[in-house]
Design a protein around this ligand. Structure first.
Ligand code: AMP
Length: 214
């Protein structure tokens, strides 16, 4: 199974991705997670990406495409994958199709999570993440059992540096201008289905599983 999850910042892509990869046993390939890991490890890639991310801008395509070519042909991806945060613009989508073609692969389904714009900012700024295991929490809908502490490993939760109100609004603008056109791109390919992301986490997961099966 090869899947893509699309949606604006705060739509719940990270939370739903965890459910999907558990159920379908596919690799979770999140460009945002890979970039943040590189920043934490002080790599050259991380140094190049950080300023763009802190400003809510997209990291340049050549950096992302090099990274993804390696990932998609890696062992990790051979039994299927869920792409989360990629592609982010039309050039990346066209390049992804070329990479897949070259390797005799195709995308089975594209999940598009819709959420009203007013809800997005409050959701994104209520996000907390575990720096150890990557688990995502939300103070509004999925709070940790103990305030500020990860349920899985007891690490202190952090706020992503690009989850400030100002940066989130910029990221939503970038989404509207550059990523939203991909909805029509994948509709034309016949692989996209819509999900109402304003429902509860479990209801959204159910809708996604139904859409993948259909
Ligand atoms: P995310 O965790 O998917 O919200 O991504 C966080 C940030 O990483 C974005 O705001 C971008 O700066 C950068 N990023 C992640 N994926 C991509 C991509 N496919 N293309 C360009 N920049 C990306």
């Amino acid at each position: 199974m090869r899947l893509i999850i699309l949606g604006p910042p705060g739509a719940g892509k990270g939370t739903q991705s965890s459910q999907i990869v558990d159920k379908y046993n596919v690799a979770h390939i999140s460009t945002g997670d890979i970039l943040r890991e590189n920043i934490a490890n002080g790599t050259e890639l991380g140094k190049k990406a950080k300023s763009y991310m802190d400003e809510g801008k997209l990291v340049p395509d050549e950096i992302i495409l090099g990274l993804m070519e390696d990932k998609l042909t890696s062992d990790e991806a051979k039994d299927g994958f869920l792409l989360d945060g990629f592609p982010r613009n039309t050039l990346q989508a066209v390049s992804l199709d070329a990479m897949l073609d070259k390797n005799d692969m195709k995308i089975d389904k594209v999940i598009n999570i819709n959420v009203d714009p007013e809800v997005l900012i409050s959701r994104a700024t209520s996000r907390r993440v575990c720096p150890e295991c990557g688990e995502t929490y939300n103070l509004l809908s999925k709070a940790p059992k103990v305030d500020g502490i990860c349920d899985n490993d007891g690490a202190e939760l952090i706020i992503r540096s690009d989850d400030t109100k100002e940066t989130v609004s910029k990221r939503i603008n970038v989404y509207n201008e550059q990523t939203k056109p991909l909805i029509d791109y994948y509709k034309a390919q016949g692989t996209l289905f819509d999900v109402d992301g304003s429902k509860s986490i479990d209801d959204v997961t159910d809708e996604i599983f139904k859409g993948i099966k259909s």
